[in-house]
Ligand binder design. Sequence first.
Ligand SMILES: Cc1cc2nc3c(=O)[nH]c(=O)nc-3n(C[C@H](O)[C@H](O)[C@H](O)COP(=O)(O)O)c2cc1C
Length: 181
Amino acid sequence: MKVTVLHGSPRRGKNSDTLAERFLEGLNLSGKHVVEHFHINELQIAPCQGCLSCSDPPHNCKIQDDMQGIYNAYRASDIIVWASPMYWGYLTAQLKLVQDRMEALAWSGFENKTFAVLFTYRHHYQSAAGMFKRIAPHFKIDLHILECCTYDPETSRDIPIDELPEKLDEAYSLGVELGKV
Ligand SMILES: Cc1cc2nc3c(=O)[nH]c(=O)nc-3n(C[C@H](O)[C@H](O)[C@H](O)COP(=O)(O)O)c2cc1C
């Protein structure tokens, strides 16, 4: 299978990246998959300008930047991994930019994918999860959401994900499960 991983955190190798890594380890149990990673914070991606030129065939976005590589990878992929921490209860601004630019695929190409949505958060992820749940039926997305709280409210401490092995196991198991499809 082909897999696109959208890394929403600016913190390379931290919580949401680690969750994605464990997911891929589980996925790889079923064989070698072609995986393309996008660390969005390190790419040049302009915000959607709402010009709607993508509404006309062939539904391409006219902004020539790093999003063009994501369009190609997305179209070719079976599985899309959305790995993001919650910032103010939603996707990071980096990943929201990508999501807005997905408008060009909403006309054709966004549909019939499997989504592995991996969230890390302190207090709330429900708004972002709700968005994915609302769009999934319309685009015939096979949606899997794994949320991981990286905060201890009793001690007000951020918990590094390495201290949450059960969540890493969950990500691994999700990878194993989706690899069987
Ligand atoms: C600027 C900023 C805003 C945040 N806002 C929220 C929030 O609104 N809700 C929440 O649950 N967590 C929030 N967090 C916590 C992160 O989502 C959490 O620490 C996450 O595990 C970090 O993931 P990462 O290591 O992949 O960057 C925020 C963190 C930062 C840096």
